[in-house]
Design a protein around this ligand. Sequence first.
Ligand code: ADP
Ligand code: MG
Length: 576
Amino acid sequence: MTIRLLSATTANRIAAGEVVERPAAVVKELVENALDAGARHIRVALEEGGIGRVLVEDDGHGIPGVELELAVERHATSKLPEEAMLFAIGTLGFRGEALPSIGAVARLSLTSRVPGGEAHRVTVEGGRKSAVQPASGAPGTRVEVLDLFFATPARRKFLRSPRAEGDAAIDALRRLALAWPEVGFEAALDGRSLLNLAPAHRDARIRDLLGADFAAAALPVAGEWDGLSIAGLAGGPAFTRANALEQHLVVNRRPVRDPLLRTALRVAYREVMAAGRHPAAALFLELPPHEVDVNVHPMKTELRFREAERVRGGVISALRRALGFGVGQGGGNSSSRSMGYAGPARLSFPPPQPHRGQGFAEAPLPLAFSPPSPLEAPATPVPPEHPLGRALAQVLETYILAEAPDGSLVLVDQHAAHERLTHERLSAEMHAGGIRAQPLLLPAVVELPQAHRLAEAAPELARLGLELEGFGPGAVLVRAMPAVLGAPDPAPLLRDLAEELEESGEGIALALRLDAAIARLACHGSIRAGRRLAPAEMDALLRAMERTPRAATCSHGRPTFLKLGQAEFARLFGRS
Ligand code: ADP
Ligand code: MG
C-alpha cells in the first residue's frame, strides 16, 4: 500500500477521540475557552447528558469576525504568541485542538462578538466548515454543540447513559468552578437548573461546592516555600469519604487529578484516618509555570512537576501542620500542640507532659487481671480539672463508662484510646532523641518478602527502637523492639512497617516517614478490647487522655470516646 497524508477531516476525527471523548470533555474545553477569554459569567445548558446538546455562553472578550474561521482550524490558537512559551503556559488552552475536534465529530456553531463590534457565526458539521455569517448576539461567545459523535457512530457506542454522561459533565464543571471562584457559573440539565454560583471568595465557593458540613469541619491549609504556595481547606479526620472524589486539587488554576498529590493526601492523613476511608479537601497549588508541564495529557487533567518529590513533600508538610502534627523534628513536637481538630466531643486538654508525673503513658498497664466491674461510685463530686470524669464501670470488656464533672456520661473505647496514647508516647520519645529499644532475650528471625527493604532501612528503624539486620534472602533478624510496646509479635509489626516504608516512598522527609511508622507501631502495642481493666487502670487511662493532644481520635481516625450530656438524655427520654 502506498503512503498518503490523511485528510484534515480524518485527522481531526482521530484527534477528537483524544480531546473530546465524552460530553464532560466538551464542557471542559468550552468552559476553559470562556475562562481564558476573561469571562465573568458562564452559562452552560445540557440536553440528554450533553450528547444531544451542549451550550456554553460567556461574556468574555470574544473573537473578531475576521478570526472566526481560523478559530475552528486545527492547531490555531491565540494563546501561544511565541512558541517558546510552550514551556510556561499561562492559559488553560494552548493546543488549538478543541474547536476543530468538536466540529469534526458533532455539529458545532460558534457565535462571537467583540465589545464594540458586530456578532458573527461560523458552523462546522462533521468537519465541514460554513462561511462566516453576520449574526446577532451579546458581546462574548456562544458555542452550541449538537449531536455529539453523529459523524462517528462507532464512538457514540462508547458513551454511557445520558444520566451518567450528564453527571460527569456537571462534575467537570464543578471542578472548574472551584478553581475559578471569581467567575459566576450557571448550569442546567434538560431545563432543570443544577448550579447557580455567584462570583465569590475562594472559601465561600468551596462551601458552595463541597457543602457546609465540609466547610464547618475543615482545617485551613497554608504553606509557602521556594516560590511554591499551597492554600485551601482540608477536611478534619472525622470528615471522611468512601472514595477520593471529593479531593479537589487545583494547580495554577487548573483542576487536576494528579496521582502524586493524591498520594500526598493519603500519606498526610494516614495516622488519623481509618483504612479505606478518604479525606475530602480543596487544595490550591501555585508554582511558576515552568515548574509544571501540562502538556503530558491530551485533556491536560494530569501534569508533571519538574521537582515532583519536593512538591509532594511540601504538600504533605502543609497538610500535617493543618492536622496538628509537628513535622521536621522526629516524631513531632508534641509538647507545643493542642488538639488541632474536634473529635466527637469538643473537649480541649492541657498540653501533655510526657516526661513528668505518674501518668498512664509513663507506666504501662499492669498485665495482671483485676477484680470485675462495676465499681462503687463514691459520693464526692468529680473534680472539674478532669473533663473525662471518673470511671464508673467497664462495659463489654471494651468500653469504660465514666461520669464527667458536668454530669455527662463518657464512653471510652479502651483500645482506641490506648493506641492514641501509645502513639503520642512514641512520638514524644522520638522527639527526645529516639525511641527506647528493649533487647529481645532471643533474637527473632522473621521471614517476609520485603525483608531487603527493612534491612536497607535499618538505621532509620533503629531510631524507632527497632534493631534488625538482613538475614539471608527474604528474612531479617530482630534484636530489639520498642520498649513502650511491651512484647508484641514482631512478624505482623514488621510486615506493616515494610508496607509503610514502601508507600511513603523515598522523597519524603525522614521525619514524616518515621511519624507514619510510629502510627503502625502504636497499633501493635496497645491493649485490646476484651481485656478487663482495674478501676485504677481506667482512671489512669482517662487522666492520660486528658493530658494528651489529639486524644479524641485513635491513630486510625475513629473517635476514642463519646460524650452524652444532660441535654441529650432529656431529649432521648422526651423530657424536652
Ligand atoms: P485553544 O484553546 O487551545 O487555543 P481552541 O480550539 O479551544 O484552542 O480555541 C481556538 C481559539 O479560539 C482560541 O485560541 C481562542 O483564540 C478562540 N476562542 C475559543 N473559544 C473562545 C471564547 N469562548 N472566547 C474567546 N475566544 C475563544
Ligand atoms: Mg481551548
